[in-house]
Design a protein around this ligand. Structure first.
Ligand SMILES: *Cc1c(COP(=O)(O)O)cnc(C)c1O
Length: 454
């Protein structure tokens, strides 16, 4: 008998609204504040950097459901729904009684979940008469998604890519340039922030925090140019909620409800995307699902960071955000999961951790690749190094089920594929990759430069 493995929604069943968890959280996240005055920021303040609509969504703690604009919905239909898959082969290889499902966000031409928010952000910019967008990118998934979305809505796009990632994954800069974007390695000599850090540390391989400073500087010094962010902020998780809203309907088709939802964690957008629509049922007491965010043990803001107001970027151009942070000038190790090399966690997630609705786990690099290889060989999909963290966390939980005999239902998000990351797999297979442990001294060094506000 053939088992049904893959669940897809019909076009008429696609969600037409995003879910804004801020409206239903028992404790709202603290507001972003001005670095000098410490006053809470208004949407108009944020709109100096971001599109006005995204700025409003960022601070919207009232509306739980927000209509997806018609033109964004039309673009979603090119690749959504994405499949929900029961990973029978992985279950079998692990000998676990757990039921493992994954939501496959790798099956769009850009290869990751990032396009879900890129389309929305470019749409709002276009509506507001913006002509240019700029951003930072690590491994390049966000830059690639934004480059394409900018083309869709007729905007010019300039991307600062973390230098080390540009070297590790040269094809992603080529993808961005193919879509017509301008790409520069960060730190670059074209911004004040870039020059400053190159002067201090000529060999600095770059970080997301530095690249954000450069992009924000470009946006605030160029007329009609807005900055866009691919993670961390509330409005990005809002757009990503399409993942979990679809998954909820697809789990229903499968006749199950997850006991556990797992995603990898860079700034929190794919985690929030899959988790928040399920978490709303925990708020009402209807369900008691466990939520796990998997981060690299070399960049462990959720498990070892401190809850403070900190800058979102290295140079300190952004508002102060309340978040679990390792310090805004924390220098992460050169792991291949470039999308997870960020010093802070989003404001919503930080509040949810404080309130005990979710937890973080940190995983060493080699364990993530071991998990990625097993997943490739069982499910036939080579996962992004970032997504390997979610798979590794899932495997840990599935093994616990094997010991206890529990038939837990585990849902994880496959945030992207790894076909542009084959150098990383090559190095792993050749035994050339290693783990990076963050020493207590390095942790304290990063935290020492966090502004003392709380
Ligand atoms: C960017 C990225 C991540 C990390 O970002 P989040 O905002 O935490 O989701 C994870 N996986 C992939 C494939 C990415 O491109």
């Amino acid at each position: 008998m053939s088992k049904q493995k893959r669940f897809i929604l019909q076009e008429q069943d696609l969600p037409t609204q995003w879910y804004n968890i801020q409206a239903e959280m028992p404790n709202k996240p603290l507001p972003p504040i001005h670095p000098a005055t410490h006053e809470p920021l208004s949407a108009e303040d944020l709109a100096h950097i971001f599109s006005l609509e995204c700025s409003r969504q960022e601070l919207d703690t009232e509306h739980a459901w927000i209509d997806i604009p018609e033109q964004v919905l039309e673009m979603y239909k090119y690749y959504r729904s994405t499949p929900l898959v029961r990973a029978y082969a992985l279950e079998e290889a692990l000998g676990t009684p757990a039921h493992i499902y994954f939501k496959n966000e790798s099956v769009n031409p850009l290869g990751s979940h990032k396009i879900n928010s890129a389309l929305a952000q470019c749409y709002y910019c276009k509506q507001e008469g913006v002509t240019n967008v700029t951003t930072e990118t690590g491994a390049g998934q966000w830059g690639a998604a934004l480059s394409y979305a900018a083309k869709v809505f007729g905007l010019e796009c300039a991307v600062y890519q973390v230098k080390i990632s540009m070297q590790q994954k040269p094809y992603r800069s080529l993808i961005m340039r193919t879509f017509g974007a301008t790409v520069e390695g960060s730190p670059s000599m074209s911004t004040r922030a870039g020059k400053d850090i190159i002067t201090r540390d000529p060999l600095y391989p770059g970080s997301l925090g530095t690249a954000i400073s450069e992009a924000v500087e470009l946006a605030t010094t160029t007329p009609n140019c807005k900055y866009t962010l691919g993670s961390v902020l509330n409005h990005v998780s809002l757009h990503q909620s399409i993942i979990g809203l679809e998954a909820e309907k697809q789990m229903e088709m499968a006749g199950e409800y997850p006991d556990m939802v797992i995603a990898c964690f860079g700034g929190g957008s794919n985690f929030g995307g899959i988790a928040f629509p399920f978490m709303r049922h925990n708020f009402t007491g209807e369900k008691n699902t466990e939520f796990i965010a998997a981060e690299p043990n070399s960049c462990p803001k959720l498990t070892r960071g401190r809850f403070e107001y900190d800058f979102g970027d290295e140079a300190g151009y952004t508002p102060l955000l309340p978040m679990y942070t390792l310090g805004h000038d924390f220098k992460p190790a050169n792991i291949h999961a470039g999308g997870l090399r960020y010093h802070g966690a989003g404001m919503i997630v930080s509040q949810l951790i404080k309130d005990g609705y979710m937890k973080g786990v940190d995983i060493p690099q080699l364990e993530t690749f071991e998990a990625g290889i097993l997943f490739s060989r069982t499910e036939g999909i080579i996962p992004a190094p970032e997504s390997c963290h979610a798979i590794a966390a899932t495997i840990r939980e599935a093994k616990k089920c094997k010991e206890t005999g529990e038939e837990k239902v585990i849902l994880f998000n496959l945030s992207g594929h790894g076909l542009i990351d084959m150098t990383a797999y090559d190095q792993y297979i050749n035994g050339d990759l290693r783990n990076y442990d963050l020493t207590e001294e390095d942790l304290q060094n990063g935290l020492a430069r966090v502004p003392k506000i709380i």
